[in-house]
Design a binder for this molecule. Structure first.
Ligand SMILES: [Mg+2]
Ligand SMILES: [Zn+2]
Length: 232
C-alpha cells in the first residue's frame, strides 16, 4: 500500500441463483419446451420484489438440453426469457441486476456449463463483475443438482479463497401444494443436505432476505455472529 492509502473494502453483495423450471415456472411432463406450457409460478413478481435492492443480484441458471435435441425452439426459448425479464423489471429489479444463463447442450455433451458443473455460476459472477470474496451466494432449486452446483463452486473456488461455509446457502423448493411443479421426488442423497427446504419460491426468497438482513445488521454493528449465537 503506497502513501498510506487504505483501499475501501468492496461492498458485499448477495447473489441469488435461481433455477428456472420448477422454480420460476411450472415443470411440465416432457419439459417446458414451448410457450403453451410456460406458466409462471404464483407470486413471482412479489417474490422478486424482495430482491430489488441494490444489494442483490439475480442469476437464473438453467439446463436446457431440449435446445440441443431440437425439441424446443430457440425462438420460444428467447420469448420465455423475455417474459421473465419483464417480470423482473416490473418487480423493480434494475437492468444489469438480473441475468439468465443457459446451458443449451445435450446431456452427454460433457460441456463445462451443464449443472451440477459450475460454468453457469462462473458466467454469472463474471457478468455481474462480482468479487468471489465479497459475495454471499444463495442457490434455489427444485433438484439437488441445482444446489450441488453451488456446493461444487464453493469447493472449486470459494474454499481456496478461505471463505467459510457461510458464504453459500442452499434452498430446496418442494412445492408441497402444487401438482405440476415438483420435480423433487423426495429422494434423499446422503452426501448432500440442503440448508433449507421450503414449499414455495416466495418463502425461499423471504428466507434469503431475512438471512441477509441479519448478516448486514451484524456487520454494521460489528457483532460476532458466531459468538452471539453461542450465547457468549
Ligand atoms: Mg428445475
Ligand atoms: Zn453446457
Amino acid at each position: 500500500m503506497k502513501d498510506g492509502f487504505t483501499p475501501q473494502p468492496k461492498a458485499i453483495h448477495a447473489l441469488v441463483l435461481l433455477d428456472r423450471d420448477g422454480v420460476l415456472c411450472d415443470n411440465h411432463p416432457g419439459g417446458v419446451i414451448n410457450l403453451s406450457v410456460f406458466v409462471l409460478v404464483p407470486r413471482l413478481k412479489e417474490s422478486l420484489e424482495m430482491l430489488s435492492g441494490d444489494h442483490y443480484r439475480i442469476g437464473v441458471f438453467t439446463n436446457q438440453h431440449y435446445l440441443a435435441t431440437g425439441q424446443a425452439s430457440q425462438r420460444d426459448y428467447d420469448e420465455m426469457s423475455r417474459r421473465l425479464e419483464m417480470v423482473a423489471e416490473d418487480a423493480g429489479i434494475r437492468q444489469g441486476h438480473f441475468v439468465i444463463k443457459t446451458c443449451p447442450h445435450a446431456e452427454d455433451a460433457n460441456c463445462t456449463c451443464r449443472k451440477p458443473k459450475t460454468g453457469l455460476i462462473e458466467q454469472i459472477v463474471t457478468e455481474f463483475k462480482l468479487g468471489p470474496r465479497e459475495t454471499r451466494f444463495y442457490a434455489v432449486g427444485d433438484k439437488y443438482s441445482d444446489l450441488k452446483t453451488l456446493k461444487n463452486y464453493y469447493d472449486a473456488v470459494l474454499a481456496h479463497l478461505g471463505r467459510d461455509q457461510t458464504a453459500i446457502t442452499t434452498i430446496l423448493i418442494t412445492w408441497e401444494h402444487g401438482d405440476l411443479r415438483p420435480e423433487f421426488t423426495g429422494k434423499r442423497k446422503a452426501d448432500f443436505v440442503p440448508d433449507y427446504e421450503v414449499d414455495s419460491l416466495e418463502r425461499a426468497i423471504s428466507f434469503i432476505k431475512k438471512i441477509e438482513e441479519d448478516r448486514r445488521f451484524a456487520e454494521a454493528t460489528k457483532i460476532d455472529i458466531k459468538k452471539a449465537t453461542k450465547g457468549y
